[in-house]
Design a protein around this ligand. Sequence first.
Ligand code: NAP
Length: 287
Amino acid sequence: MKIAFLGTGLMGEPMAQKLIDAQLSLIVYNRTQSKLTALKAAGARIANTPSEAIKNSEIIILMLSNAAAIADVLLARDTLPLLKSRTVIQMGTIAPKQSKEISEQIVRNGGEYLEAPVLGSIPQVKSGELLVMVGSSPEQFTKYSPILKHFGPEPIHVGTVGKAAAMKLALNQLIAALTAAFSLSLSFVQKEGVEVDRFMEILRQSALYAPTFDKKISRMRDRNFENPNFPTKHLLKDTNLFLEEAGEIGLDTTGLEGIQKLIKKAIDNGFSDSDYSAIFAAINPQK
Ligand SMILES: NC(=O)c1ccc[n+]([C@@H]2O[C@H](COP(=O)([O-])OP(=O)(O)OC[C@H]3O[C@@H](n4cnc5c(N)ncnc54)[C@H](OP(=O)(O)O)[C@@H]3O)[C@@H](O)[C@H]2O)c1
């Protein structure tokens, strides 16, 4: 089975590496070619253009930033016709509506499409423990699960195309909300002179605790948001996608709109490519 992997950014590079480790035949493409050096050294073939990658594959895995990047790479005049008889597995975080539109274009051109967004970050890629959520037909799920199992042990069939994308946005809304809520309480106890360790002891014993708090607390206490697994700019993207979709279906998103402002503030303060826990610095600016 010949596989093309398009988009070797923070997540894409270690994901492609997983497929190489499994001895699968892989051709990789990235807009910035310098990000392909390690994969080339590991044995992947390099494509200079998306067309070259598509022509040399049966399955095309996408780990690109957003729907605009997918349109640029895959749905251009020279690439779209090449998708005939090929299967696209889209693994980035995009809106349900965008996923369905992309699916329709590909199917109209004689290709197949499924979505498989993931929860978890670079450490979970490396340990093969991503939560892979699949939007597809049941037949596609059965057929492509063996490939998806290289990323996570038990891919989950959520429903048809759009359903896994919706599930992923619902989960990422929680990333934004939990991080903002924890940042505010942590800042409050710090400023009130309450011992942070005592605060955490009590929080850990309570129903209010979420494991993400312990994952992020040292970054927040040290104000160190370097070397991100998940950058702030992508959390803003996902928050914007959630707000648009939730607004259209009549939900009151006032709470999340406030968090959106905090994420934008973090980005304005230079934390776009930093870890999203930089929301803390937006809530609690240094004097
Ligand atoms: N990081 C995480 O923890 C995580 C977890 C789950 C899901 N996700 C989602 O997975 C996707 C990828 O995330 P990431 O963290 O790997 O992001 P990233 O490091 O920013 O990588 C983005 C990739 O998209 C490419 N790209 C962007 N715009 C493009 C365009 N117009 N044309 C061609 N290529 C373009 C980039 O190419 P260049 O290298 O040339 O810029 C790069 O390969 C996103 O949708 C993100 O929300 C991320």
